[in-house]
Design a protein around this ligand. Structure first.
Ligand code: COA
Length: 176
């Protein structure tokens, strides 16, 4: 295991022990910013891996950690969907050398379960990068928009996952 790397350093397969299972757990935003930066920001015109609401109390961050280093992450921010309590999924990222091994689906499932325990909201939505739409569809999400472009990032589709009965109305229920 190597020591701390400077921000934005790639993690080679040699720097982690891939024989160990990653630990998936609640994370702080600071633990996952570097991974977000390398996977989601490099190659765009954006400068920061932080998004508005990241440090709000009710925002949920989950990470997959191997030898203490984040190799997967995703976040849920309280948000509305058509006047109803909902969660917006943001910044889902898996270290490139660990993609395609089931880690993304495990991180997302962990995060959804966590949200269901913490809030009556049963609706999840996100602005999905076009190349990730197929991944979300396999996790039970569905595309609910045509393709649109987010400046500095590229083409997206809005995706939705609705679980259980319709969520309570905003004015009737406390969120979380
Ligand atoms: C998209 C991403 C999060 C998926 O994570 P992952 O760990 O590679 O995905 P998994 O291995 O858990 O895949 C789960 C299933 O989805 C499928 N899948 C994964 N990525 C896919 C893709 N881009 N398109 C279609 N299907 C995909 C897998 O084949 C697998 O299918 P299976 O259940 O039939 O075996 C990851 O590849 C990533 O970080 N990509 C770059 C950043 C990104 O695009 N993030 C999303 C921003 S909206």
């Amino acid at each position: 295991m190597t020591g701390a790397l400077p921000l934005g350093s790639p993690i080679s397969e040699r720097s982690v022990d891939a024989r160990e299972d990653p630990e998936i757990r609640v994370a702080t935003v600071d633990e996952i910013l570097d991974l977000r930066y390398r996977v989601l920001i490099v190659g765009t015109k954006r400068a920061s891996a932080e998004v508005p609401g990241d440090r709000e109390e009710k925002t949920l961050h989950v990470g997959a950690f191997l030898n203490g280093r984040a190799i997967g992450c995703a976040s849920l921010l309280p948000a509305e969907w058509e006047g109803t309590h909902a969660w917006q999924l943001r910044c889902m990222a898996i270290e490139p050398s660990f993609q395609g091994k089931g880690l993304g689906s495990s991180v997302l499932a962990y995060l959804e379960d966590l949200a269901l325990k913490q809030s009556p909201a049963r609706i999840f939505w996100c602005n999905a990068r076009i190349e990730a739409v197929g991944f979300y569809e396999k996790q039970g999400w569905r595309a609910v928009s045509e393709e649109y472009v987010i400046d500095d990032v590229g083409p997206h589709r809005r995706m939705l996952r609705r679980l259980g009965p319709a969520c309570t109305e905003l004015e009737e229920e406390r969120h979380g």
